[in-house]
Design a protein around this ligand. Structure first.
Ligand code: APR
Length: 312
């Protein structure tokens, strides 16, 4: 009999709860929701609520809550959402010192109890958090990735579909770089069912969309008073599913770069084939001079964050 997959989710807050729901609804495997001892009740309560939804919606999945890292043993995938979300007026970078301490504690738990897992980090500031996760666990780069590009690409896709008046399903987009205001939405790689978007949507509208995408996270923080959770959870699930089912999807993920695109020793968003080997292969697309210059700027911003982390 095939073994059931186990997906552990660290942090049972807004994103964690939605992740557990998606794991169960899609029957990707059993979900373990872990939070700090003070929030163990929340983790257990959400787990029960989701299991009971299964009775109504007709899905089979075991969802459990815990505050004990021993319970993540045997995980195929660990998704990390632990941390403080952004509040209005706070940039992702402001979160650095608070969330760095949390990531270090979480990394120790994963290293000890789930040493073979594929780890997907969502906590912000993403590029610094995922870098720290790799540093602290010592896991190979193929098994420690960050979820950001998938989300930023989805936002870009959504705005383009609206402007072009087409279904979002026909739109393909790519966003590279760090998960911050310097991210690089790549217009040259954006198509509507193969047709270059630049021939279908006016330049001024596209420029506004690029801007809106860069500030897509902040737009939601301003509206809700906390950061987004549905789309971030869906983004991580796309990555987890591609790994678990060896789908080899080409997804924009934050991965550890060792020379690709001319950068080394940093995590940044690039297109990656995700399969049973984890982040299996970085795909290098040719970029225009402007795009490369923007990516250089983004890499600098990420380097700054990583340097700041090293001092904390
Ligand atoms: N171990 C486990 N869980 C922790 C820890 C820890 N050391 N520290 C905090 N948490 C938990 C909190 O108790 C909380 O339940 O992480 C959860 C975070 O949930 P929310 O506050 O609802 O935040 P959420 O919106 O889910 O975002 C989580 O993802 O997108 C990023 O910027 C966002 O960094 C934030 C993270």
């Amino acid at each position: 009999m095939a073994k059931r997959n186990k997906i552990s989710i660290i942090g049972a807050g807004n994103i964690g709860g939605e992740l557990a729901m998606l794991v169960a609804r899609r029957e990707l495997g059993d979900a373990m929701l872990l939070d700090i001892p003070e929030k163990e009740g929340v983790a257990k309560g959400k787990a029960l609520d989701i299991m009971q939804t299964g009775a109504l919606e007709g899905f089979d999945a075991k969802v459990s809550g815990t505050s004990n890292y021993a319970d993540i043993a045997g995980s195929d995938v660990v998704i990390v959402t632990a941390g403080v979300p952004r509040k209005p007026g706070m940039s992702r970078d402001d979160l650095l010192s608070i969330n760095l301490k949390i990531i270090r504690a979480v990394a120790a738990g994963i290293k000890e109890h789930a040493p073979d897992a594929f780890v997907i980090v969502i906590s912000n500031p993403l590029d610094a958090m995922v870098y720290e996760m790799k540093k602290q666990t010592g896991f190979p780069k193929s098994r420690v990735v960050g979820m950001a590009g998938v989300l930023d690409s989805a936002r870009f896709q959504c705005f383009i579909a609206e402007a072009a008046g087409t279904s979002v399903k026909e739109v393909r987009t790519l966003v590279l770089g760090g998960h911050g205001d310097t991210m690089v939405p790549v217009l040259s790689a954006c198509t509507i069912n193969g047709i270059p978007v630049t021939s279908l949507v006016e330049k001024s509208a596209l420029d506004a969309i690029v801007d809106r995408t860069r500030n897509g996270g902040g737009e939601i923080v301003k509206l809700m008073g906390t950061s987004a959770y549905y789309a971030p959870a869906s983004g991580a699930i796309a990555m987890a599913e591609s790994f678990l089912k060896d789908q080899k999807r080409l997804l924009a993920c934050a991965v550890f770069l060792e020379g690709e695109y001319g950068y080394s020793d940093l995590y940044m968003g690039v297109p990656v084939v995700v399969g049973k080997g984890g982040a299996e292969r970085v795909v290098e697309v040719s970029l225009g001079a402007d795009e490369k210059a923007m990516l250089d700027k983004s890499a600098e911003a990420v380097r700054g964050l990583i340097a700041d982390s090293a001092k904390l």
